[in-house]
Ligand binder design. Structure first.
Ligand SMILES: Cc1cc2nc3c(=O)[nH]c(=O)nc-3n(C[C@H](O)[C@H](O)[C@H](O)COP(=O)(O)OP(=O)(O)OC[C@H]3O[C@@H](n4cnc5c(N)ncnc54)[C@H](O)[C@@H]3O)c2cc1C
Length: 399
């Protein structure tokens, strides 16, 4: 097998496959390879529906071989280290590979040790995560008979920022159908200050929260799970504003010390803390300092690495100030493709720019959805064609 490729892509998830398909389509003669160890390719957005019992997990999987575009070489291996000064990378068993252009898209990793007790808690019958095992989520929801149903997310960036609340809206509906909602307190505890960053969508979601009688707890950062006591501990990051809001304390939370809130749970769903894969964190491509430390550094409009001109990144791994979604990749991939092909011809970047588009289909119940589309700076960016027919910030069946 050739060890040199015109373009080498790391990761055959949404970002890698989309980029490979578009490159090959535009320039069939390209010597293009993708490195990815996995024999499976997952359509992760459907995991929200799997967790709510509305989609079959098996249907979210494809054989990796079946999604690798024709004419693209698949090197089934792990990338271990990058050596960009020599236009090379190292793999676990295929040795060193070299490239003219490199596209980095290996997604992100779940840090199950990022919250004390989380790893063990995920083995207990009450704790679940659509990010880890969506089929278990559905079992947990079905077993829930009342008490506190707590939904939360970490302070780190996560993929699909809306996913931790989508499953809650569906769970609330499922509890209603199962006749257990009257005995339940549904809680959404978030380290953030609002339910959603873009105003138009936040307004609708607050109506949903109020209609469903969900307890919204902001500035709650999960730091520990005590699965023996079935309690979750939050660092309450707004303690300087006065007493913790307890709303009559239907959820039986306690303040321990000045800043720790302890809440009992009868079921708990959470997104684990997430970070760039270790081999990216330890590479010259990662931000070395600051709030984006460890995530891949790219120009937010061209997706080019600032120090290695023949290296591009896209997908969950890159530090760009927008939501990490497959929808974002739909607008990122064409920019990477145009830039790589234009550079091959003229050593210049193309005019293509990524403006931060991302979107989140916020299912607010079975058969209802708000389509949140936005770009950099939390500016709403709803599709103009769709918007002719429907206000996508409202809950609709058609969405
Ligand atoms: C519960 C849930 C709900 C979601 N909902 C939505 C939604 O509604 N809408 C939406 O747009 N997005 C949603 N997403 C997010 C979306 O799935 C991701 O943003 C998208 O898959 C990211 O693509 P990626 O290519 O960056 O990473 P991935 O698709 O995760 O692929 C990464 C690939 O890199 C490979 N890789 C890892 N390490 C190495 C290595 N060392 N060497 C080589 N290859 C490696 C992996 O095997 C994998 O194939 C959701 C995700 C989850 C978990």
């Amino acid at each position: 097998m050739s060890k040199h490729h015109d373009v080498l892509i790391v990761g055959a998830g949404t970002g890698g496959i989309m980029t490979a398909a578009q490159l090959k389509c535009k320039k069939p003669s390209l010597n293009l390879a993708i490195v990815d160890p996995s024999k499976d390719h997952y359509y992760q957005p459907a995991w929200t529906l799997v967790g709510a019992g509305a989609f079959d997990f098996k249907a979210t999987r494809r054989d990796m071989a079946s999604v690798i575009p024709q004419g693209v070489t698949w090197i089934q291996d792990f990338v271990t280290t990058f050596d960009p000064d020599n236009n090379a990378l190292n793999t676990k068993s295929s040795g060193t590979l070299t490239y003219d252009y490199l596209v980095v898209s290996p997604g992100l990793q779940m840090d199950l040790d990022g919250i004390e007790g989380l790893r063990e808690a995920l083995d207990t019958p009450e704790v679940c995560s659509n990010y880890v095992d969506p089929e278990k989520t559905w079992r947990v929801l079905q077993n829930f008979k009342g008490g506190n149903a707590v939904f939360t997310q970490p302070a780190t960036p996560i993929k699909c920022g809306g996913a931790p609340q989508k499953i809650m809206y569906l769970a609330d509906d499922a509890f209603l159908k199962a006749g257990v909602r009257d005995n339940a307190e549904v809680v959404f505890a978030t380290p953030g200050s609002v339910i959603f960053g873009v105003k138009d969508f936040a307004k609708t979601l607050m109506q949903v929260i109020n209609r469903k009688g969900i307890h919204l707890k902001t500035f709650y950062n999960p730091i520990k799970i005590d699965s023996a006591k079935k309690e979750i501990h939050f660092a309450w990051t707004q303690s300087d504003t006065g007493g913790v809001v307890t709303e009559g304390n239907a959820v039986r939370e306690k303040l321990e010390g000045e800043t720790t809130v302890v809440m009992p749970y009868d079921m708990l769903h959470l997104a684990p803390p997430q970070s760039a894969p270790d081999f990216v964190k330890q590479s010259p491509f990662a931000h070395q300092e600051g709030p984006s430390k460890g995530w891949m550094e790219v120009d937010k409009n061209t997706l080019q690495h600032p120090r290695y001109a023949n290296v591009f990144g896209l997908g969950d791994v890159v530090a760009v100030p927008t939501a990490k979604t497959g929808a974002a990749i739909r607008k990122q991939a064409p920019v990477v493709v145009e830039n790589v092909l234009t550079m091959m011809k003229s050593s210049q970047l193309s005019q293509a720019r990524y403006e931060g588009y991302s979107s989140c289909p916020l299912v607010t119940g079975y058969g209802k959805m708000v389509l949140a589309e936005f770009k950099y700076d939390n500016v709403r960016d709803s599709d103009p064609f769709l918007s002719k027919f429907v206000d996508t910030a409202k809950e609709t069946w058609s969405m």
